[in-house]
Structure formats: structure tokens, C-alpha cells
Design a binder for this molecule. Structure first.
Ligand code: URA
Length: 408
């Protein structure tokens, strides 16, 4: 078998066999297939898609590249959650503490930023000392002890997703339904949870730009979950405007903590919605009973305390969170109401500031990002600060406000 023939076959829109997929993907993990060859194959998959059979085979190859966690000895139903990625989406940092405070175990395997969308692992690394690569034993002990842990793909857990994910991030190959489905579902199945909740983001700041693609992704992920005997619920949520106010790694951890301490708004609303669904499927109770439990742990700050416990357990020093001292306030030049905020352009700007990667070797600057001072529906007067840039240095950045905010 030859990798070039496999690339050409996909370029010609033909179906790859299981052994061709194994040859290409396992070969990449082993270093036999090179970055430039895998980039080319990923682009051909992005452009020409994959059949269901190819996608199911790819999920299985990803899973078998590492171990599958056995959580049978952990009491209760274990529910995992994943987002397909959006701008300002720090929901995992909020729902993990909420749902585990309700007594439901949340074993979470996460990824880094992908394209312009942020990743939970990068966000957590903005906390000094936070360990994102747990061994299997550490992961199991932690979920037994405190009910919630986050680990990245490691040498033992979905290593193939880790390397493919990093390559997709910098080769414009993120927005492919079969690649997203295999990346997410392999992590979720290897993570060992009984039930899986997927938040599919849809809109200009997401990988799924329209409802038809979001529905396609939902369908294939639910079928993959079923095949592996995991109840999988996919819900579609809007990503035409950023989620919450803060975009950027440390800034997003800060906002997650604010919500756990009582901040209201769209971010809290979506966190409550997802949390109650997770609690309801885990405990087999009604959504309204689940909501009562969720609001109780939020309002009593038990979920906030759980967040602090989780950070400390994984070695993080929450007092170390740092945002850049170099800021620019972008002011309104007209009166009106904020009609919309362009998630795509805000995500691009955040990456440009240094919160995301352009090449695999890029180091993220955890302290940079954007705070939206005015949100959709708010009244604006000339001179009000619309948003604040947290930059890596004092250099001026030219901003055309109309690219980000529509004010009418
Ligand atoms: N999240 C993942 O883990 N993988 C993707 O491909 C997209 C979002």
C-alpha cells in the first residue's frame, strides 16, 4: 500500500477501505506518513467527505489507537459532555462543577483550540500548575474522589486524535463532518462515560455554518453513539454571536468563575440548560426536577466550591490567572442598540491577538483576548466602550468597528 495512492483515491471521491484508512492514520501516528501527506489527505476528506462506513471505521481506528477507560467500578451513571467549538464557549468549566455537585460523575476528555474556536485544555493551562495530561489512574482516582476531571488526549488515550487534531488546527481542515464526528466520538467513547451530551454549535463562529450541516453532524454522532451502546444526545445551539462576554483563555476561566459565583445572562442560561439535561439523563428524572438541583448547587455556590476543588486537585493555582496589562478600549462612534456581534470576526481577532495557533509550534498567549463590554440588545451612546482588547504588547491595532458590531 502507498500513501500517495490513498490520497489520490480520496481526491477522486472514492471510498477508502478499512485497511487503507489504517495504513494512512496509524502510519501518521507512527511517523511513517508525513505531515504534508496527512495534510493533503485531510484536505481531500474535507472537500470530498466520507461515507458512513468510512466514518465509522475512522472512529474505531481513533479509539483503538489508545486505551478505553473502564469506569465500571465508579458508582453511578457517568455523563460526558462535548462542544463542537465556538467563540467564548467556556461551558465545560461551568457545567462540570454544576453537574458533579448534583452527584453525577463527569469524566471529561477535552482538546485544545481548533481553528478560531477555543479549547478547554488551553483554557485550563492558563492556570499555573494545572495538569492537563492525567494518567489513567489519576483520572479514575479524581472522578472517584470529586466527581469531575478533565484530561487531554494522551499517549494512552486517543493519541491519534491528539496528532490529527493539532494538524487540522493549522491546515484549514477543521470544518469536516466526518473528521469532527470521529474526533469527538472517539474521545467520548475512550473516556468511558455511559451517556454523552454533545452541544453542536451552529452559526458563523462555528464549524457548522448552517442548520442542514448541524443536523447531519447530529445524525452521524447519534448513530455512532448508538453503535457503541452509549446514549448520545446532541443539541444544536446558536453561534452567530459569541457566548458570554470574555474571549481568550485566562479571560474565559475568569468568566466561568463569575457565572459560578452568580453572574446572569446567556452563558448562565445555556449552562443551566445543558446541566439539567445531563442531570436528567443521568438520574432518569424530569427536566424540572433536574433544574431544581442545578439551581440549588449554583445558588448555594457549591458548584463554585467544586470548581476550586477541581482546579486544586489537578495542581492549579487559581490565584495565578493573569490577563494582559496592555489594553485598548474600542469606543462607539454612533448611538443605537447593539443588533449583533459577529462571532467569526471576534474569533479571528482573538486568534490574531495570540489566543489561538497559526502553526503547530505556536505558543498561545493565555493572557490576551477580548472582553465584550456591550452585549446584543444593549443601548449604546457615542464614546461608550464597546469592547476591550487585551494585547500582548503596546502596539496599536487598527479596528473597523463595523466588522464586529452592528449598531442600529
Ligand atoms: N471538538 C473536538 O474534539 N474535535 C473536533 O473536531 C471539533 C470539536
Amino acid at each position: 500500500m502507498n500513501i500517495v495512492d490513498i490520497i489520490v483515491k480520496k481526491k477522486e471521491k472514492k471510498e477508502l477501505t478499512r485497511s487503507e484508512l489504517e495504513f494512512a492514520f496509524n502510519g501518521y501516528l507512527d511517523g511513517v506518513v508525513k505531515d504534508y501527506q496527512m495534510s493533503s489527505l485531510l484536505m481531500a476528506i474535507c472537500l470530498n467527505g466520507m461515507s458512513d462506513l468510512e466514518t465509522f471505521n475512522l472512529v474505531d481506528i481513533f479509539i483503538k489507537s489508545g486505551d478505553v477507560l473502564d469506569l465500571k467500578n465508579i458508582p453511578g451513571i457517568k455523563v460526558d459532555k462535548h462542544s463542537t467549538g465556538g467563540i467564548g464557549d467556556k461551558i465545560t468549566l461551568i457545567i462540570g462543577p454544576i453537574v458533579s455537585s448534583c452527584g453525577v460523575v463527569v469524566p471529561k476528555m477535552s482538546g485544545r483550540g481548533l481553528g478560531i474556536t477555543g479549547g478547554t485544555i488551553d483554557k485550563l493551562e492558563s492556570i499555573k500548575g494545572f495538569r492537563v495530561s492525567l494518567t489513567e489512574e489519576e483520572f479514575l482516582n479524581q472522578i472517584k474522589d470529586i466527581g469531575f476531571a478533565v484530561t487531554s488526549q494522551t499517549k494512552n488515550l486517543c493519541p491519534l486524535d491528539k496528532v490529527i487534531y493539532a494538524l487540522r488546527d493549522v491546515t484549514g481542515t477543521t470544518d469536516s463532518i466526518p473528521l469532527i464526528a470521529s474526533s469527538i466520538m472517539s474521545k467520548k467513547i475512550a473516556g468511558g462515560a455511559d451517556k454523552i451530551f454533545i452541544d453542536i454549535k451552529c452559526g458563523n463562529g462555528a464549524m457548522m455554518k448552517d442548520m442542514a450541516s448541524a443536523l447531519k453532524l447530529k445524525d452521524i454522532m447519534e448513530r455512532i453513539g448508538k453503535y457503541y451502546h452509549k446514549e448520545t444526545i446532541c443539541e444544536i445551539s446558536d453561534m452567530n454571536i459569541p457566548l458570554g462576554s470574555n474571549i481568550g483563555n485566562a479571560l474565559e476561566v475568569i468568566e466561568a468563575m463569575e457565572v459560578l459565583k452568580g453572574k446572569t445572562g446567556a452563558l448562565r442560561d445555556l449552562s443551566v440548560k445543558i446541566s439539567k439535561e445531563m442531570v436528567a439523563i443521568a438520574k432518569n428524572i424530569s427536566l424540572s426536577d433536574a433544574e431544581k438541583e442545578v439551581l440549588e448547587v449554583l445558588d448555594s455556590k457549591r458548584a463554585y466550591q467544586k470548581f476550586l476543588e477541581f482546579v486544586k486537585y489537578q495542581g492549579g493555582d487559581i490565584n495565578s490567572l493573569k490577563v494582559s496589562q496592555y489594553t485598548d478600549e474600542i469606543k462607539a462612534s454612533r448611538n443605537g442598540i447593539v443588533k449583533t456581534i459577529n462571532a467569526l470576526n471576534i474569533g479571528r481577532l482573538s486568534c490574531f491577538l495570540g489566543a489561538g495557533r497559526v502553526s503547530k509550534e505556536d505558543m498561545i498567549d493565555y493572557s490576551v483576548g477580548i472582553v465584550l463590554n456591550k452585549l446584543v440588545g444593549e443601548k449604546v451612546e457615542i464614546g461608550d466602550t464597546l469592547f476591550t482588547l487585551y494585547k500582548k504588547d503596546d502596539n496599536k491595532i487598527d479596528i473597523n468597528i463595523d466588522d464586529y458590531y452592528e449598531i442600529k
